[in-house]
Design a protein around this ligand. Structure first.
Ligand code: GLP
Length: 246
Protein backbone atom coordinates (compact mmCIF):
# COMPACT_ATOMS: atom_id res chain seq x y z
CA UNK A 1 0.00 0.00 0.00
CA UNK A 2 1.35 3.42 -0.93
CA UNK A 3 0.31 6.16 1.46
CA UNK A 4 0.08 9.70 0.12
CA UNK A 5 -0.28 12.27 2.87
CA UNK A 6 -2.47 15.31 2.52
CA UNK A 7 -2.79 18.24 4.89
CA UNK A 8 -6.49 18.85 4.48
CA UNK A 9 -9.60 17.54 2.73
CA UNK A 10 -8.93 19.95 -0.14
CA UNK A 11 -5.36 18.77 -0.52
CA UNK A 12 -6.52 15.13 -0.40
CA UNK A 13 -9.13 15.79 -3.07
CA UNK A 14 -6.63 17.46 -5.39
CA UNK A 15 -4.02 14.73 -5.05
CA UNK A 16 -6.60 11.99 -5.63
CA UNK A 17 -8.11 13.86 -8.59
CA UNK A 18 -4.63 14.04 -10.10
CA UNK A 19 -4.34 10.25 -9.94
CA UNK A 20 -7.75 9.81 -11.61
CA UNK A 21 -7.00 12.40 -14.28
CA UNK A 22 -3.72 10.64 -15.09
CA UNK A 23 -5.73 7.44 -15.65
CA UNK A 24 -8.20 9.26 -17.94
CA UNK A 25 -5.39 10.84 -19.95
CA UNK A 26 -3.38 7.63 -20.28
CA UNK A 27 -6.41 5.52 -21.21
CA UNK A 28 -9.28 7.61 -22.64
CA UNK A 29 -11.68 4.62 -22.56
CA UNK A 30 -10.68 3.53 -19.05
CA UNK A 31 -13.16 1.74 -16.80
CA UNK A 32 -13.48 3.72 -13.59
CA UNK A 33 -15.01 2.22 -10.47
CA UNK A 34 -16.72 5.13 -8.74
CA UNK A 35 -17.83 5.82 -5.19
CA UNK A 36 -20.34 8.06 -3.44
CA UNK A 37 -20.46 9.59 0.05
CA UNK A 38 -19.02 12.91 1.22
CA UNK A 39 -15.41 11.91 0.70
CA UNK A 40 -15.25 11.94 -3.14
CA UNK A 41 -17.17 15.21 -3.57
CA UNK A 42 -14.01 17.34 -3.68
CA UNK A 43 -12.45 15.00 -6.25
CA UNK A 44 -15.50 15.25 -8.52
CA UNK A 45 -15.50 19.05 -8.24
CA UNK A 46 -11.82 19.11 -9.22
CA UNK A 47 -12.35 16.79 -12.19
CA UNK A 48 -15.26 18.95 -13.41
CA UNK A 49 -13.01 22.02 -13.14
CA UNK A 50 -10.29 20.40 -15.23
CA UNK A 51 -12.92 19.22 -17.74
CA UNK A 52 -14.23 22.78 -18.06
CA UNK A 53 -10.69 24.01 -18.68
CA UNK A 54 -10.38 21.51 -21.51
CA UNK A 55 -7.86 19.26 -19.77
CA UNK A 56 -10.06 16.15 -19.48
CA UNK A 57 -12.29 14.29 -21.92
CA UNK A 58 -14.83 11.79 -20.54
CA UNK A 59 -16.44 10.91 -23.88
CA UNK A 60 -15.11 7.35 -23.96
CA UNK A 61 -14.85 6.74 -20.20
CA UNK A 62 -16.89 3.86 -18.80
CA UNK A 63 -17.95 3.73 -15.17
CA UNK A 64 -19.28 1.22 -12.72
CA UNK A 65 -20.44 2.44 -9.32
CA UNK A 66 -19.91 0.49 -6.14
CA UNK A 67 -23.36 0.48 -4.67
CA UNK A 68 -26.95 1.71 -4.47
CA UNK A 69 -29.66 1.73 -1.83
CA UNK A 70 -32.29 -0.92 -2.39
CA UNK A 71 -35.72 0.63 -2.81
CA UNK A 72 -34.66 4.09 -3.99
CA UNK A 73 -35.55 5.22 -7.51
CA UNK A 74 -32.77 6.84 -9.58
CA UNK A 75 -34.52 10.22 -9.27
CA UNK A 76 -34.73 10.01 -5.46
CA UNK A 77 -32.46 12.75 -4.11
CA UNK A 78 -30.61 10.34 -1.83
CA UNK A 79 -30.10 7.62 -4.39
CA UNK A 80 -26.55 7.13 -5.56
CA UNK A 81 -27.75 7.36 -9.18
CA UNK A 82 -28.99 10.89 -8.43
CA UNK A 83 -25.76 11.70 -6.57
CA UNK A 84 -23.61 10.68 -9.52
CA UNK A 85 -25.61 12.69 -12.05
CA UNK A 86 -25.67 15.78 -9.86
CA UNK A 87 -22.06 15.68 -8.73
CA UNK A 88 -20.29 14.42 -11.84
CA UNK A 89 -22.10 12.90 -14.82
CA UNK A 90 -24.33 15.88 -15.69
CA UNK A 91 -21.35 18.24 -15.55
CA UNK A 92 -18.91 16.48 -17.89
CA UNK A 93 -19.15 15.00 -21.39
CA UNK A 94 -19.60 11.42 -20.23
CA UNK A 95 -21.99 9.24 -22.26
CA UNK A 96 -24.66 8.25 -19.72
CA UNK A 97 -25.11 4.91 -21.44
CA UNK A 98 -21.52 4.12 -20.45
CA UNK A 99 -22.29 4.63 -16.75
CA UNK A 100 -23.55 1.84 -14.50
CA UNK A 101 -25.11 1.78 -11.05
CA UNK A 102 -27.02 -1.08 -9.41
CA UNK A 103 -30.76 -0.73 -9.95
CA UNK A 104 -32.23 0.03 -6.52
CA UNK A 105 -35.73 -0.64 -7.83
CA UNK A 106 -35.06 -4.25 -8.82
CA UNK A 107 -36.72 -6.27 -6.09
CA UNK A 108 -35.34 -9.59 -7.26
CA UNK A 109 -31.88 -9.69 -5.69
CA UNK A 110 -30.62 -12.64 -7.71
CA UNK A 111 -31.61 -10.96 -10.97
CA UNK A 112 -29.99 -7.62 -10.13
CA UNK A 113 -26.77 -9.10 -8.72
CA UNK A 114 -26.31 -11.34 -11.76
CA UNK A 115 -27.01 -8.43 -14.12
CA UNK A 116 -24.45 -6.22 -12.40
CA UNK A 117 -21.78 -8.92 -12.24
CA UNK A 118 -22.24 -9.49 -15.97
CA UNK A 119 -21.64 -5.80 -16.66
CA UNK A 120 -18.42 -5.77 -14.62
CA UNK A 121 -17.23 -8.95 -16.33
CA UNK A 122 -18.05 -7.54 -19.79
CA UNK A 123 -15.64 -4.66 -19.12
CA UNK A 124 -12.79 -7.11 -18.64
CA UNK A 125 -11.80 -5.51 -15.38
CA UNK A 126 -11.89 -2.11 -13.68
CA UNK A 127 -8.81 0.01 -14.41
CA UNK A 128 -9.04 2.27 -11.37
CA UNK A 129 -11.37 1.70 -8.42
CA UNK A 130 -12.05 4.73 -6.22
CA UNK A 131 -13.03 3.88 -2.64
CA UNK A 132 -14.07 5.76 0.47
CA UNK A 133 -14.04 3.98 3.80
CA UNK A 134 -16.78 3.72 6.41
CA UNK A 135 -15.95 4.48 10.04
CA UNK A 136 -16.57 0.75 10.66
CA UNK A 137 -14.08 -0.23 7.94
CA UNK A 138 -16.62 -0.91 5.20
CA UNK A 139 -15.79 -0.43 1.53
CA UNK A 140 -18.68 0.05 -0.86
CA UNK A 141 -21.40 -1.42 1.33
CA UNK A 142 -19.32 -4.45 2.30
CA UNK A 143 -20.11 -4.32 5.99
CA UNK A 144 -18.04 -5.97 8.73
CA UNK A 145 -19.05 -9.62 9.02
CA UNK A 146 -17.86 -13.16 9.27
CA UNK A 147 -16.89 -13.64 5.65
CA UNK A 148 -15.87 -11.53 2.67
CA UNK A 149 -18.70 -11.32 0.13
CA UNK A 150 -17.33 -12.10 -3.31
CA UNK A 151 -19.48 -10.42 -5.92
CA UNK A 152 -22.46 -8.11 -6.13
CA UNK A 153 -24.86 -8.90 -3.32
CA UNK A 154 -27.72 -7.44 -1.34
CA UNK A 155 -26.54 -6.20 2.06
CA UNK A 156 -28.41 -5.56 5.27
CA UNK A 157 -26.83 -2.27 6.36
CA UNK A 158 -25.13 -2.12 9.76
CA UNK A 159 -26.90 0.01 12.37
CA UNK A 160 -23.79 2.22 12.53
CA UNK A 161 -23.98 2.79 8.77
CA UNK A 162 -27.68 3.66 8.96
CA UNK A 163 -26.87 6.14 11.74
CA UNK A 164 -23.92 7.61 9.81
CA UNK A 165 -26.04 8.10 6.69
CA UNK A 166 -29.11 9.42 8.55
CA UNK A 167 -27.69 12.94 8.13
CA UNK A 168 -28.76 12.86 4.50
CA UNK A 169 -32.40 11.97 5.28
CA UNK A 170 -35.15 13.82 7.20
CA UNK A 171 -35.52 11.02 9.72
CA UNK A 172 -33.51 7.88 10.45
CA UNK A 173 -36.55 5.76 9.50
CA UNK A 174 -36.21 6.96 5.93
CA UNK A 175 -32.70 5.50 5.56
CA UNK A 176 -32.99 2.31 3.49
CA UNK A 177 -32.09 -0.84 5.42
CA UNK A 178 -30.70 -2.71 2.44
CA UNK A 179 -28.35 -1.93 -0.43
CA UNK A 180 -26.85 -3.56 -3.46
CA UNK A 181 -23.05 -3.56 -3.35
CA UNK A 182 -20.29 -4.96 -5.48
CA UNK A 183 -18.28 -7.53 -3.56
CA UNK A 184 -14.74 -7.82 -2.31
CA UNK A 185 -13.74 -9.97 -5.28
CA UNK A 186 -15.07 -7.34 -7.72
CA UNK A 187 -13.05 -4.68 -5.89
CA UNK A 188 -9.89 -6.78 -5.56
CA UNK A 189 -9.92 -7.58 -9.28
CA UNK A 190 -9.50 -3.89 -10.14
CA UNK A 191 -6.10 -3.21 -11.69
CA UNK A 192 -5.51 -0.32 -9.32
CA UNK A 193 -7.27 1.02 -6.25
CA UNK A 194 -7.39 4.55 -4.90
CA UNK A 195 -8.76 4.86 -1.37
CA UNK A 196 -9.42 8.27 0.15
CA UNK A 197 -9.99 9.13 3.80
CA UNK A 198 -10.46 12.41 5.58
CA UNK A 199 -11.14 13.39 9.17
CA UNK A 200 -10.77 11.94 12.66
CA UNK A 201 -13.89 9.78 12.35
CA UNK A 202 -11.98 7.61 9.86
CA UNK A 203 -8.70 7.34 11.84
CA UNK A 204 -9.52 4.06 13.57
CA UNK A 205 -10.72 2.40 10.35
CA UNK A 206 -7.65 3.64 8.45
CA UNK A 207 -5.34 2.25 11.11
CA UNK A 208 -7.08 -1.15 11.05
CA UNK A 209 -7.03 -1.18 7.25
CA UNK A 210 -3.27 -0.62 7.03
CA UNK A 211 -1.96 -2.31 10.13
CA UNK A 212 -4.65 -4.59 11.46
CA UNK A 213 -5.12 -8.27 10.74
CA UNK A 214 -6.77 -9.10 7.42
CA UNK A 215 -10.27 -9.93 8.54
CA UNK A 216 -13.87 -9.52 7.35
CA UNK A 217 -14.43 -7.72 10.66
CA UNK A 218 -12.66 -4.81 8.89
CA UNK A 219 -13.45 -5.32 5.18
CA UNK A 220 -10.93 -2.66 4.04
CA UNK A 221 -8.10 -4.74 5.56
CA UNK A 222 -8.29 -7.08 2.54
CA UNK A 223 -6.70 -4.28 0.50
CA UNK A 224 -3.36 -5.23 2.10
CA UNK A 225 -3.40 -8.16 -0.34
CA UNK A 226 -3.82 -6.02 -3.48
CA UNK A 227 -0.57 -5.05 -5.17
CA UNK A 228 -1.58 -1.63 -6.47
CA UNK A 229 -3.33 0.37 -3.77
CA UNK A 230 -2.86 4.09 -3.24
CA UNK A 231 -4.22 5.62 -0.08
CA UNK A 232 -4.62 9.38 -0.07
CA UNK A 233 -5.50 10.53 3.42
CA UNK A 234 -5.33 13.70 5.44
CA UNK A 235 -3.51 14.14 8.75
CA UNK A 236 -6.59 13.53 10.88
CA UNK A 237 -7.45 10.30 9.11
CA UNK A 238 -3.85 9.10 9.54
CA UNK A 239 -3.54 10.24 13.16
CA UNK A 240 -3.97 6.84 14.88
CA UNK A 241 -1.81 5.05 12.31
CA UNK A 242 0.91 7.70 12.67
CA UNK A 243 0.82 7.52 16.47
CA UNK A 244 1.49 3.78 16.18
CA UNK A 245 4.57 4.41 14.00
CA UNK A 246 6.31 6.50 16.63
C1 GLP B 1 -21.15 5.07 2.45
C2 GLP B 1 -20.84 4.41 1.09
C3 GLP B 1 -19.36 4.11 0.95
C4 GLP B 1 -18.57 5.29 1.49
C5 GLP B 1 -18.75 5.34 2.99
C6 GLP B 1 -18.16 6.57 3.62
O1 GLP B 1 -22.15 4.47 3.18
N1 GLP B 1 -21.57 3.24 0.75
O2 GLP B 1 -19.06 3.84 -0.41
O3 GLP B 1 -17.22 5.14 1.23
O4 GLP B 1 -20.08 5.14 3.38
O5 GLP B 1 -18.92 7.71 3.37
P1 GLP B 1 -18.41 9.18 3.61
O6 GLP B 1 -17.40 9.45 2.56
O7 GLP B 1 -19.64 10.05 3.46
O8 GLP B 1 -17.84 9.22 4.98
Amino acid sequence: MRIYRAKTYKDMSRKAANIISAQIIMKPNAVLGLATGSSPLGIYRQLIDWYEKGDLDFSEIRTVNLDEYKGLAPDHEQSYAYFMRKNLFDQVNINLSNTNIPNGLEENEAVECARYNRIIASFGGIDLQLLGIGANGHIGFNEPGEAFERETHCVKLADTTIQANARFFDTIDQVPKYAYSTGIKNIMQAKSILLIASGKAKAEAVNRMIRGPITPACPASILQLHNNVSIVADEEALSIYDAGCR
